[in-house]
Design a protein around this ligand. Structure first.
Ligand code: MN
Ligand code: MN
Length: 286
């Protein structure tokens, strides 16, 4: 059965605190395509879960969620980013918390930009296996492999990355030279995620955008990815980050699931993380 809207997204736009939207675009993906199908796969998977979360002691029925459907995209990334900036700005200006379901990671940009306009002190926390710090990749400035570089350069230096385990020598040099707060997946494994979060929580105070590139998670848990990378985070690590940052999060996305590469488990986990974010944020706002 195909469910058109994300489960429990029963609110109309005007009343909603959260606006879920799909961004079905994957044309710059360099290894596996198919993340454009992830928003609908996560919608279908979202019906697996109870509205009540015991972990957060919160029922999603008690908040207002709207699903704006899949946003219009173009054939190429530059035009797609321009198109997405219109609804992104509208959602944020209207006081909503946007929840963007990708699609590839480059699509985060207009949503982060919209939040930065509204919240000048915006911080950006990204979970990712990859640095994404290239200036361009395969001749494409707005490739999925460049998103962190553009956010850092254009939007905010208040930046933290977690789960990193892949980058070029130049990207690692860039991190050192610019003293970027980066926590590798091995840091998380050895320190524990709570300690990692406590190390940057004072730095990331106030409005924050949380971007989850699903490949931050180990491919054992999340095999259906555009660019899978072993030695990753656990789903619980990600839930802890969501839980700790939730009160300050003003924009959220979850990107890079390529549904064709598993039997549905990755989309189920993606949908769960989205629901956990809503529960955690809504609970904190009570
Ligand atoms: Mn990645
Ligand atoms: Mn990425």
């Amino acid at each position: 059965m195909h469910k058109k809207l994300f489960a429990d997204a029963n609110s109309d736009y005007g009343k909603a605190r959260y606006v879920i939207c799909g961004a079905p675009f994957d044309a710059t993906s360099s290894f596996r395509l198919g993340s454009k199908f992830a928003p609908d796969e996560m919608r279908v998977a979202s019906y697996n879960f109870e509205t009540y979360s015991f972990f957060f002691d919160f029922d999603l029925d008690e908040t207002d969620i709207h699903d704006a459907g899949n946003l219009e995209v173009a054939d190429n990334i530059d035009e797609t980013l321009t198109k997405l900036s219109i609804p992104a700005n509208k959602f944020v200006e209207d006081g909503k918390i946007p929840i963007m379901l990708g699609g590839e990671h480059s699509l985060s940009y207009p949503f982060v930009e919209a939040c930065k306009k509204k919240y000048p002190g915006l911080g950006f926390v990204v979970l990712d296996a990859h640095m994404d710090l290239r200036e361009e990749f395969h001749g494409e400035k707005n490739s999925h492999a460049c998103i962190s570089r553009h956010v850092l350069h254009d939007l905010t230096k208040k930046y933290v990355s977690i789960g990193i385990r892949s980058g070029t020598r130049e990207e690692y040099d860039y991190v050192r030279e610019n003293k970027i707060r980066m926590f590798s997946s091995d840091d998380v494994f050895s320190m524990g995620i709570e300690k990692v979060v406590s190390e940057f929580r004072d730095y990331i105070k106030g409005p924050v955008y949380l971007s989850i590139d699903m490949d931050a998670i180990d491919p054992a848990y999340a095999p259906a990815l555009g660019t899978p990378e072993p030695y990753g985070l656990t789903p619980r690590d990600v839930r802890t980050v969501i839980s700790c940052l939730a009160p300050d999060i003003v924009g959220f996305d979850l990107v890079e699931i390529a549904p064709a590469y598993d039997s549905g488990g990755t989309a189920v986990l993606g949908a769960k993380l989205v629901r956990d974010f809503i529960a955690a944020n809504a609970k904190a706002s009570l």
